[in-house]
Ligand binder design. Structure first.
Ligand SMILES: [Zn+2]
Ligand SMILES: [Zn+2]
Length: 339
């Protein structure tokens, strides 16, 4: 099979790998869509010295059709359409049993350290193969494996209602998914995004107001849009110092914010920003696996147009170009697609 590797210094290469064979409890999935995620870029941007000897296939947003099942597999069948949950836990500890594989001390991730989705085939555990409803496309399945799940778990923590104005910092795929979900839950969304291409996608997907931080004072703009009070809630997806600070400072008294964006090297938030104003600040990381079914219901029942955020589609042979384009930041969702 073909698989992508990152040799370092912002390069992607397509290489030949042996086809995986499913062992007991394992499943081989033929990829249909693999989504590129901002966290792939952390590996893509490492130096060749940092990547030396690392031939792990990246990609943790797999969606495809079951090609083969190993001994003892009973709940997944050849031909099933699946989205693959990308953290593989031990399956036995309290975190795994609660569906929080991302907290398992033995957790491994598809796309690092075990082979991921940017390949013709992926070897998965049976329990990570989640049924993809016929009405949902493989692009939906890929988004649900990471970006949409991350957004869903976060927006649920905010408990958005029709009374709320939600400020979303960053309109990459996670922020755009958050926008669609906050709208579906009845909220009014102010989207903050410095890149013009992403502001255009945000507007297309229904943001009530889109603010360009390059155009002036974001906090003043949010206060103006909320009768001087500030946003009821904020969702921070950019990982930038400006976004993290803005997500706290834009809130009304007693407001709440959830943070998913990594990346800022410097410290950004100080307790002085939230003690007196009695804010509630939360972290969020991926989604517990059991939320997948509620996420599918939300997408289906509200007909969330997740696929409209896909701006670029590439074949696996075009992976070098796909990562170069995605690394520019001037895109919506970028996917690898098999036809
Ligand atoms: Zn991801
Ligand atoms: Zn575990």
């Amino acid at each position: 099979m073909r698989g992508v590797v990152f040799p370092g210094d912002r390069r992607a290469e397509v290489r030949e790998f042996p086809d995986p064979e499913p062992g007991p409890g394992q499943v081989v999935v033929r990829m249909q869509v693999s989504g590129l995620c901002g966290s792939d870029l952390h590996m893509y941007r490492q130096t060749s010295a940092e990547r030396a000897g690392n031939n792990t296939i990246p990609g943790h947003e797999p969606s495809g059709v079951v090609e083969a099942v190993g001994p003892g597999v009973s709940t997944v069948h050849v031909g099933d359409r699946v989205s693959v949950y990308h953290y593989l836990g031990c399956g036995h500890c309290k975190h795994c049993r609660a569906g929080n594989m991302q907290w398992c001390v033995e957790r491994k991730g598809y796309g690092g350290p075990i082979h991921g989705a940017d390949a013709d085939l992926i070897l998965s555990d049976e329990r990570n193969c989640l049924p993809l409803p016929d009405e949902l496309s493989f692009a939906h399945g890929a988004l649900m494996a990471c970006a949409a799940g991350t957004a869903f778990s976060s927006v649920r923590k905010l408990q958005v209602t029709g009374e709320d104005t939600v400020a979303i910092f960053g309109q990459g795929p996670v922020g755009l998914c958050g926008l669609l979900m906050a709208k579906a839950m009845g909220g009014r969304v102010i989207a903050v995004e410095p890149i013009a291409e992403r502001r255009a996608v945000s507007k297309d997907l229904g943001a009530d107001v889109v603010v360009d931080p390059g155009e002036g004072d974001v906090l003043a703009a949010i206060r103006d849009l909320t009768h001087g009070e500030g946003a009821d809630m904020a969702f921070e997806t950019s990982g930038s110092v400006a976004g993290q600070t803005g997500a706290v400072d834009c809130l009304r008294l007693g407001g709440k914010a959830v943070f998913v964006g990594f990346g800022a090297r410097e410290k950004s938030i100080s307790p002085a920003q939230f003690i007196g104003r009695q804010l509630t600040l939360m972290g969020s990381f991926v989604m517990p696996i059991h939320m997948y079914w509620d996420l599918a219901d939300l997408i289906l029942e509200h007909q969330l147009p997740l696929e409209r955020m896909v701006t670029h589609r590439f074949s696996i042979e075009q992976a070098p170009e796909a990562f170069e384009v995605f690394d520019s930041g001037r895109t919506g969702k970028v996917i690898l697609e098999w036809r």
